[in-house]
Write a protein that binds this ligand. Structure first.
Ligand code: SF4
Length: 488
């Protein structure tokens, strides 16, 4: 059997673990370890190990429900886009920089911009943005103090080995996130007013993430800590090329977060949505609601390598090759430029064809790659930048009502991409297990305004009244859902 081997990057998160993808002549995919990858030295997390499943559902071209080749799909997309008003375009960073730039060119010809779906950037002054870029992982290993606002085991697993290396080098690690972490020297639930107690300085690193549902208030609070203490902020992001698309979007006014886009559709301010490897049905916490909202559009056009949930309701799907087959570059959470060995240019060629059909110039991969090098991009910024922003007002987080329970999402690669995961349980604390009289090995009943369900559970040290889930649940109405269980 003939086999092709590609050097690529895991699409699960912005850590950007390197790996080999083997593809046989029937298109079946298996993975192999790329020990020379400086990011992960051949290691992969559970998501990376399951990439054959992720890659088992390639996109197929479609026009109004019927299968279609690329040329017909592009023609149908052009006819819908010609003269379309209230157009929005979304690319969160699930593809190469070159494809994203081609999408930006297309946006220019339609008189609009590409949104990256993350509202934090739009809400913070541009002078804060350099502090939201990643830093070399070796800087984490060499930090003296580290404060974590994420659960690296669940959310960004290959970061754990950097934290363990830092610990071996003598770093003191504090977890200030929702779950208690064994690798931390201390686990502390701190209000922002207590951050000064962490006693941080220029040798300290604060690690958090920014994703489509991050509360900008949390980031403002951490930027204030940076200003007060000289500590550095390391920001990880959920999509393989989040870092690249955020750097390419720098300085662009008016970019929207995914929730703003969905609100815009509801209000009729957006009538046409064009997506590049970005699925609002997967990105929004309430899947059913997202489908309802998207059905209000006049035109929903998808350009994608995956057959994800949104493809089923799209008017037009332009199918491109799998990420590992694409020719192009990706930038990971430490600002490292990584290159795919694939030579595929289907995505760029399809967008070029679409651009020409809309009366603008066509383009090719070489031009897009050249543009990347013109625009870009301080990769691997390891210096400690002096903050040039002013202290920011943060507002207050509403206090939880006594006796109320909340179901909270812990976003992780399986959740962002609606991939099946064996961890189909919720996390709750011992006092809740006791008060509900739950039996070992049993289930907990969860009720919200959307309905009821039973879930298996695991006992963890989580805040009282909080139930955490690492998978989307049909009863969820948001990233945080008010729920009732018997007893609270
Ligand atoms: S840590 Fe992220 S990039 Fe690395 S294997 Fe896991 S999901 Fe993929």
């Amino acid at each position: 059997m003939k086999e092709s081997i590609y050097t690529s990057v895991c699409p699960g998160c912005s850590i950007g673990c390197g790996l080999y993808i083997r593809e046989d002549d029937r298109g079946a995919v298996s993975i192999d370890f790329l020990k020379s990858s400086p990011v992960n030295r051949g290691k992969l997390c559970r998501f990376g190990m399951r990439l054959p499943h992720y890659y088992s559902t390639p996109a197929t071209g479609k026009v109004e429900g019927l299968g279609s080749g690329t040329e017909d799909a592009v023609r149908a997309a052009a006819s819908r886009l010609r003269g379309a008003e209230k157009v929005a375009m979304l690319s969160v960073g699930n593809t190469t920089c070159e494809e994203h730039i081609a999408f930006m060119k297309l946006a220019e010809s339609l008189g609009t911009v590409v949104h990256t779906g993350i509202p934090v950037y739009a809400e913070l002054p541009p002078e804060c943005h350099p502090h939201l870029e990643g830093m070399p992982f070796t800087d984490i290993e060499n930090a003296e103090k580290i404060v974590l606002f994420i659960d690296p085991y669940v959310q960004y697993p290959l970061l754990v080995r950097r934290l363990l290396a830092a610990k071996r080098n003598g770093a003191h690690i504090t977890s200030a996130g929702t779950t208690e972490l064994h690798l931390a020297h201390e686990n502390r639930k701190l209000s922002p007013e207590q951050y000064a107690e962490l006693d941080l300085d220029g040798n300290s690193v604060i690690i958090t993430d920014i994703h489509p549902h991050t509360d900008p208030c949390h980031i403002r609070q951490l930027l204030n800590v940076v200003l007060d203490t000289g500590a550095r902020l390391h920001v990880v992001k959920p999509f393989v090329n989040s870092e690249g698309v955020d750097r390419l979007a720098k300085g662009r006014a008016g970019t929207m977060g995914i929730s703003q886009i969905m609100d815009g559709i509801e209000k009729g301010d957006i009538r046409t949505l064009v997506l590049l490897d970005s699925d609002p049905v997967e990105l929004m916490p309430d899947t059913d609601r997202a489908v309802e909202v998207l059905k209000k559009l006049d035109n929903l056009i998808v350009i994608s390598s995956r057959d994800s949930l949104v493809n089923a309701i799209a008017d037009v799907v332009i199918a491109t090759e799998h990420l590992y087959r694409k020719r192009g570059t990706l930038i990971n959470a430490e600002g490292k430029l990584q290159e795919n060995s694939g030579q595929g240019v289907d995505g760029i060629d399809a967008m070029s064809m679409l651009s020409r059909q809309l009366g603008a110039d066509g383009f090719d991969h070489r031009q897009m790659h050249g543009y990347l090098h013109e625009r870009m991009i301080d990769t691997l910024a390891s210096e400690n930048r002096k903050p040039e922003y002013c202290r920011m007002e943060c507002g207050t987080v509403p206090a939880q009502q006594n006796g109320a329970c909340t179901l909270e999402y812990v976003y992780n690669p399986f959740m962002w991409f609606s991939q099946p995961d064996d961890n189909d349980f919720v996390l709750l604390d011992r006092s809740m297990v006791k008060s509900l009289g739950l039996k070992k090995g049993g289930t907990v009943r969860l009720d919200s305004e959307k309905g009821s369900m039973n879930m298996r559970y695991r006992v963890e040290k989580v805040p009282e009244g909080t139930i955490l889930t690492g998978r989307k649940l049909p009863i969820a109405t948001g990233t945080v859902t008010k729920i009732r269980t018997e007893g609270c």
